[in-house]
Structure formats: C-alpha cells, structure tokens
Design a protein around this ligand. Structure first.
Ligand SMILES: [Fe+2]
Ligand SMILES: [Fe+2]
Length: 472
C-alpha cells in the first residue's frame, strides 16, 4: 500500500518534497484556490462538519477514509495512479513506443489544450452547484453534494498539477485562468456550454451528475489511455472518484422516480404536482434537456482535432485496450448520423474523423442503461410510462445538428411544429417554478423531502439517520 503523507501541506504521491520549485509554485497557487473556494464554492456551510471521504492511497482496495471535515480544511492533494511498468503507447502513429514521461515538444500545444479544457469543467461544476446546500432534501444528500464538490475541487488540483509540473510558465498562466473564468459569467465564461448552465435545484443536480458527470467519465477514460503517462495516471485515479458522482445522479433520479410512482399509486393520478411530487413527464423534460446539452460536450460529429489527438497518441477511445483493431484507424470507417437534404442519414465516415461520435455512442449506450434502471422502478409500480433518451440530434447547439429543429423521436420538423412541441419536450418556466417550490430544506437526521424517496442504504455502512453533516 502506497500511503499518502498527510503531514505535507499538499498531500501527494508525486514526490513534491523533492521538487522544491514545483512545490513552491503549487503552494503559491493554493491560497488562490482557497479564496476561490470561499467565494465560489458551497455557500453557507463553511463551518459545517461534513462526513467526507478523503483519498489515503491510490490502491483500488481501501483508497479512502471517512471522517468529519470542515470543507475549507479538506486536504486537496495530487494523486496519480501507480505507473504500469513498461507501458507502451496504445494507439496512433506512435503505437508500441514507450509512453512519454515528459511532454513531447511537437504536441505541447495540443496536450495543454486537452488538459485545460478538462480542468475547466472541474471548478465550473462546483460554481454551478454552490447554492444547492440551502435547499437540500436531507443530510444524506447534502453530504453527497459536498463530496462531489470537494472531489471536483481535487480534480482541478489534478489538472493544475500537470500544468505546473510539465508546462512551465504558460502552464502556470493557464492554472491562474482556471480560477479566472466562471460558470455563466458573461465576460469570462467557462469553456464548454453545459458548464455555463445554471444548476438551480436538486432535480437539475441529479440530472447533471448523471448526464454531465458521465460525459466527464468518458472524457477521463479516453484521456486515461493517453501516451503522455502523467495524464493517463492522473485520469485513472480521477475515475475512481468519479464513480461516486454518477452514483449520486443515478440513484438520485431513481429515488425521485420511486417517490413519484408512490404518489401516483396513493393518489391515483398522473398529476402528482399538487401532492408535492415531480410528474413523470416533467422528469422526461429535464432528462431531455440535460442529455442534449451533455451530448454537445463531445463536440462535432466529424472533427480534425479529434483525429489529430488520436494520431498523436494523446487521447484514445473509450477502453482502447479492449478494442480489437489496428489502433491507428488510417483506413477504417465508422457510421455517423448526419443531416442531409432535410433528413438524418447514417453514413460511413473515416473512423479517425468520427472519434467524437464514437465516444458519444459509447456514452449514449451507458446512459441508456441508467434510463432502463429508472424504467424498472416505474414498471415495478405497475405504471404504464417509459422514460426515454431523446434522439441524439434533438436540441443540439454543437455539431452538424446545431440549430436544426428535430423532435425527440428524431424527425426533422418545421419551426412551427417545434414551437408547438417545445413545452412538452423541454422544461418550461412553470416546470422550473414547480421544482423550485418543492426545494425546501430538510436537515433533520433521517428525514427526507417529500419529493424524493430515501436511499436504499447509507454512506460507508452508516444508517440513514446518521448525522452526515453537523451543521454549525
Ligand atoms: Fe471531475
Ligand atoms: Fe465528477
């Protein structure tokens, strides 16, 4: 077991103690991070003691410990998965060569860009979620929110470490900028669209952690294949933490669905709004919104950048190692849905150019599994309703379908039909007000808001009425 030394100011397993320059640089960045946390992080709970997990090792077995922590005292650190001996680059023009331990000069700009774009999403989500604590449905959920928040903060540390350690002065400047852009800021917004959307309520939070954190999972998984070994190792460990974020979304929506179904049965009505529930059609509209903005995060269907990142050996495919082909893709083809003459057609395109679409396909398949779990909850309540992922072309702002009018079932439609349908397809103002009206805080131990069912079990084998957050 490679324990992490918590007596250091910045806990790490990268030998910071022996790299004085780097340690000093990160120690100078640390107070700026803390200022940012106070200004833009979770509002109103700086003194609360939260039952959080903290990484103590990067071994798969027993990597975390749980205990009460005040969030500003959380020990954000730098943890990389253990190097694999003799690891070789798994794809692209350099396939088979030893992985890089330093930045390859000719790819410096591309690599820095990949790290900055990933790094930008981490603090963005903390900013998006900063007011949710005030309306938590339970102490259990409040603790999960804060766990996600501190770990997204640590993911920022992970990317800032790479920038500082491997990119010199421009890396340091980029690290500053990661705290200079803010979610939704009109002058200096975050880089990607979904990370500038508001997360004003807990339904949005659960949808975000399900759909948008899952985009993160797929991005991290393809960066974990990188030929630049420090990036691969960083992302491998981040994925360990990320699993919990998706659990929060997946189980959060399942609990909402369960509660809705209970209310429908008890009251014998589809319209559970008057009884303090979130109706299934409303959940479907939120799902449509969060799925479509998350699909945009994968970028354009056909992309030279994606092709270059792959050929350079910087960003692989999801589970690259398990794919059986030449891992170069020079002459391979891949089916891509594209608009053509007012229709959506599937065409074989060069596989290299279609890598974004391939990752989007992997993502969609994974999302579908979650939706199926929610539908099982509905079916077991004997209710005739099915949640569905909308068509990939629905409500897109990035790529070939951007700005096109396409229905959730994948028909190209007129502006008229779009305007008539939109109130059934995307959250309306009335939906948002309805959801907001239910967001009353519940902070009594073991109690849960009426719009969400309790979880099946507590965190770290604790009971549901455990004091997950000790309010100051
Ligand atoms: Fe993250
Ligand atoms: Fe996450």
């Amino acid at each position: 077991m490679t324990a992490i030394d918590y007596s250091e100011r910045i806990p790490n397993n990268v030998n910071l103690a022996e790299d004085r320059r780097l340690r000093r640089a990160l120690e100078q960045w640390q107070p700026r991070f803390l200022d940012w946390w106070h200004e833009r992080g979770p509002q109103g709970y700086l003194d609360a003691e939260v039952y959080l997990r903290t990484a103590i090792s990067v071994d798969a077995a027993g990597w975390a410990r749980f205990g009460y922590v005040r969030m500003p005292e959380y020990r954000w650190g730098v943890f990389l998965a253990q190097p694999q001996p003799d690891r070789a680059i798994g794809f692209g023009e350099h396939a088979g060569q030893p992985v890089w331990r330093e930045v390859p000069g000719e790819y410096r700009g591309a690599l820095r860009r990949l790290i900055v774009v990933q790094g930008d999403t981490e603090p963005a989500s903390v900013e998006q979620q900063c007011v949710l604590g005030r309306t938590c449905p339970s102490l259990y959920d409040l603790r999960n929110l804060f766990q996600v928040n501190v770990e997204e903060g640590r993911h920022l540390w992970a990317m800032v470490y790479l920038l500082h350690a491997y990119f010199g002065r421009d890396g340091r400047e980029e690290a500053e900028e990661l705290l200079g852009r803010h979610s939704g800021d009109s002058d200096k917004p975050r880089i990607l669209g979904a990370f500038n959307e508001a997360t004003p309520d807990w339904l949005s939070f659960f949808m975000f952690t399900f759909f948008t954190d899952r985009d993160g999972r797929f991005q991290l998984a393809s960066l974990a294949e990188s030929g630049f070994d420090p990036l691969a190792r960083t992302c491998r460990f981040m994925l360990t933490e990320e699993a919990h974020h998706m659990f929060v979304g997946d189980s959060g929506i399942a609990r909402v669905v369960q509660r809705t179904c209970e209310l429908m049965r008890e009251r014998d009505t589809d319209d559970v709004g008057p009884y303090g529930g979130l109706s299934l059609p409303l959940l479907q509209r939120y799902l449509n919104f969060h799925f479509s903005v998350s699909l945009d995060l994968f970028g354009s269907e056909l992309s030279t950048n994606a092709a270059n990142y792959y050929s350079m050996g910087l960003k692989g495919r999801f589970q690259e190692e398990r794919i059986e082909d030449d891992h170069r893709l020079d002459s391979a083809a891949y089916p891509v849905a594209l608009p053509e003459d007012g229709e959506i057609v599937v065409r074989e395109e060069p596989a290299l150019a279609a890598l974004n679409e391939r990752l989007r396909d992997d993502y969609i398949a994974d999302c579908a599994k979650g939706v199926e779990r929610w539908n099982r909850v509905i079916r077991s309540a004997n209710i005739d309703f099915e949640l569905r992922l909308p068509h990939r072309a629905f409500n897109r702002s990035v790529g070939r379908f951007a700005g096109m009018r396409i229905s959730p079932d994948g028909r190209v439609i007129s502006e008229d039909e779009w305007q008539r349908g939109i109130a059934q397809w995307l959250p309306t103002q009335a939906d948002r007000e309805m959801v907001a009206s239910l967001m009353q805080p519940v902070t009594e131990r073991g109690k849960f808001a009426a719009w969400i069912a309790p979880p099946a079990r507590g965190i770290n084998h604790q009971p549901l009425d455990f004091e997950y957050v000790r309010l100051a």
